[in-house]
Design a protein around this ligand. Sequence first.
Ligand code: 5RP
Length: 266
Amino acid sequence: MDWGMKNRLSKIIRPETGRTVMLAVDHGYFLGPTTGLEEPGKTVEPLLQYADTLMLTRGVLRSCMDASKNVPIVLRVSGGTSILGNLADEGTTVSMRDALRLNVSGVAMSIFVGSELERKSLLALADLINEAEEFGVPVLAVTAVGKEMARDARYLGLACRIAAELGAHVVKTYYCEEFEKVVKNCPVPIVIAGGKKIPEREAIELSYNAVRRGAVGVDMGRNIFQSEHPVAMIRTVREIVHKDLAPDKAWDLFNTLAREKGKAFA
Ligand code: 5RP
């Protein structure tokens, strides 16, 4: 692995702990102005200092983010669909040239294993990896889960392993029962998405269980920016991911931090 690739990877997965808290705000590329991301710049601003890296689209990066902020970027480079269409019918939307011009630390693309467009998405991932390798840019493969798919270790394990076999440097998937099997069978680091908003206490448990069972961290969006206390949430997730803070103590921390900014949770 060349120096550039190692250097960029070290900006995504922190060498101090081997872990990462990625703040995901790329949802608008197919969801539009989803709750909490109506004004991405305002949403991200108070959270940035607690994120190891930011995952977002080219458009939001350029139009909403302060270029002087030194936060590593993982750029969403697939898209072309919307919530109104066939989400699996994504293509590549950003050239490697433009990604490099934006000085990103990594690029991200979804794969749709099991969909009728799986081949298209997997070959697009392979093409992206071929080009990214030339420039020492890590690729984060995002294992999208179709509505008809079971979000279980068998399916997620298949999707993660395929992504890794194609050469992805990091894989983003979801936490599931027997998650340790998904991690064991995937030869590259795994981060978990948080998925739809769940109660903070559950999201805390999810984060803890994922890293305890081998994830190198989270690439979390809605469970942070749709929380009533986003800063308290990302700070708590940070303590879990980088210091293995146990769920009970993490829940106490969340409430303490939330109290600092308004009413606490019961
Ligand atoms: C959306 C994505 C998000 O980056 C990923 O799902 C993480 O966000 P969340 O924690 O809200 O699920 O890929 O397409």
